[in-house]
Design a protein around this ligand. Structure first.
Ligand code: FAD
Ligand code: DHB
Length: 395
């Protein structure tokens, strides 16, 4: 026999979207139960994003999860674009009056979990058999088996599917339209105990492939290399990784500082948008509904944006009985998602190298010259990168 209970919002997934949503709902006096199938340790250690738009930083602060971010986050005025041995700075602060901040997704997840648990929130880590029923009724049910093997059935007003790309929520939306593009390359990402030799990120297009120089702190570097889509991690020794990075970033008198590699992984590249992001009383948010290729740093920012829009919509629905924002939720989010999908596609196709394609080579070069030489073109890049249409938290 399952233990039965009731909450207002059942949330699936303790990533940035689900945690932010549960925090924003709590600030509005709405209770939720959050169910996650991994352990807390796993969620807090999963290496992913690191670059936050100005609006995401403001949202985390407004949500009460900005204390450590304000101390440890690295505020950057812009990025460098490198090609053909030239390195150009694109200054967002000057161009659009906004900055961006490096602060790892692992730290955001830790901060949000800590804030939620300190407020006495219900987060069920290591849940199994997570399932949803009755999404077209007024009382959908979120069921799961907890870490100690006890079955639960939680009756909710609404369920939020924040369970990432491989979750159970998206397949529950009938008649979903899916728009997709896959790319012929992946990213090999490393984390290294090495003080970054650059103060701001470098996006480098080299004839051997794209490379991105990012960081996590003044002591830790985060670097990515374009590799073929079917590449095997075993084929990349630490020595091979460092020598490829030196080659792709190399400029006379400048080199990448090396150190112990502490994490190594390969991420495929995909654009994916599914809609509508709602069916009945089930709402999708974040990677559950859309994925962008990482070049341009939009995924986490989109997930936080969805959570902000959804929190306002659910608050109006559950406290005032007003369904207008909930009815507009999918369209509101998808408009921002498609803008970011275009920007990520634009950055990806400008920076990555296709083998034996001289046409593409010269088109990319023309585009790189344009965005580094023309103020209007640089302004457009700066506006998109630092956050176009970031939703604000209204309490
Ligand atoms: P997730 O973080 O995937 O969270 C979903 C959660 O749901 C997970 O904890 C998962 O365990 C849980 N879950 C799944 N299935 C179930 C189930 N059945 N039951 C219960 N729980 C379930 N974005 C940026 O904005 N900036 C960047 O710089 C950036 N860089 C990136 C670099 C890399 C290498 C990668 C891979 C991604 C990057 N991204 C970046 C994208 C970003 O990490 C994601 O978009 C973000 O994690 C999405 O958050 P989410 O909460 O929607 O999903
Ligand atoms: C990071 C990842 C990105 O995809 C990006 O465009 C910028 C930064 C990062 O992990 O730091």
């Amino acid at each position: 026999m399952a233990i039965t209970s009731r909450t207002q919002v059942g949330i699936i997934g303790a990533g940035p979207a689900g945690l932010m949503l549960s925090q924003l709902l709590a600030l509005r006096g709405i209770d939720s139960v959050l169910v996650e199938n991994r352990t807390r340790e796993y969620c807090e250690a999963r290496q992913r994003a690191g670059m936050l738009e100005a609006g995401t930083v403001a949202a985390l602060r407004a949500a009460g999860a900005g204390k450590r971010l304000d101390v440890e986050g690295l505020e950057h005025d812009g990025i460098y674009l490198q090609f053909r041995g030239e390195r150009h700075h694109v200054n967002f602060r000057e161009l659009v009056g906004r900055t961006v901040t490096v602060y790892a997704q692992t730290e955001i997840v830790k901060d949000l979990i800590a804030v939620r648990l300190a407020a006495g929130a219900a987060i069920e880590f290591s849940a199994s058999s997570v399932a949803v029923s009755g999404i077209t009724s007024d009382a959908p049910v979120l069921s799961y088996v907890d870490a100690s093997g006890v079955a639960h059935e939680v009756t909710c007003d609404v369920i939020a599917g924040c369970d990432g790309f491989h979750g159970i929520s998206r397949p529950l939306v009938p008649g979903l339209s899916v728009y997709e593009r896959s790319y012929s390359y992946s990213w090999l990402g490393i984390l290294a105990d090495a003080p970054p030799s650059t103060e701001e990120l470098i996006y480098s297009r080299h004839e051997s492939g794209f490379a991105l120089y990012s960081m996590r702190s003044p002591e830790v570097s985060r670097l990515y290399l374009q590799v073929p889509a079917d590449e095997r991690l075993e084929d990349w020794s630490d020595d091979r990784i460092w020598s490829e990075l030196q080659k792709r970033f190399g400029l006379p008198g400048w080199s990448v500082s090396e150190g112990r590699i502490t994490d190594k992984s390969i991420t495929p590249m995909r654009s994916f948008v599914a809609g509508p992001m709602r069916h009945g009383r089930l709402f999708l948010a974040g990677d559950a509904a859309h994925i962008v290729p990482p070049c341009g740093a939009k995924g986490l920012n989109l997930a936080v944006g969805d959570a902000i829009v959804l929190a306002s919509a659910l608050s109006a629905l559950l406290t005032e009985g007003s369904s207008a924002l909930a009815d507009a939720y999918s369209d509101t989010c998808l408009s921002r998602v498609w803008r970011a999908t275009h920007f990520s596609y634009f950055m990806t196709s400008m920076m990555h190298v296709l083998p034996d394609d001289p046409f593409d080579d010269l088109i990319q070069l023309a585009q790189l010259r344009y965005v580094t030489g023309s103020t209007p073109a640089a302004t457009s890049l700066a506006e998109n990168y630092s956050g176009y249409e970031s939703p604000r938290i209204e309490m």
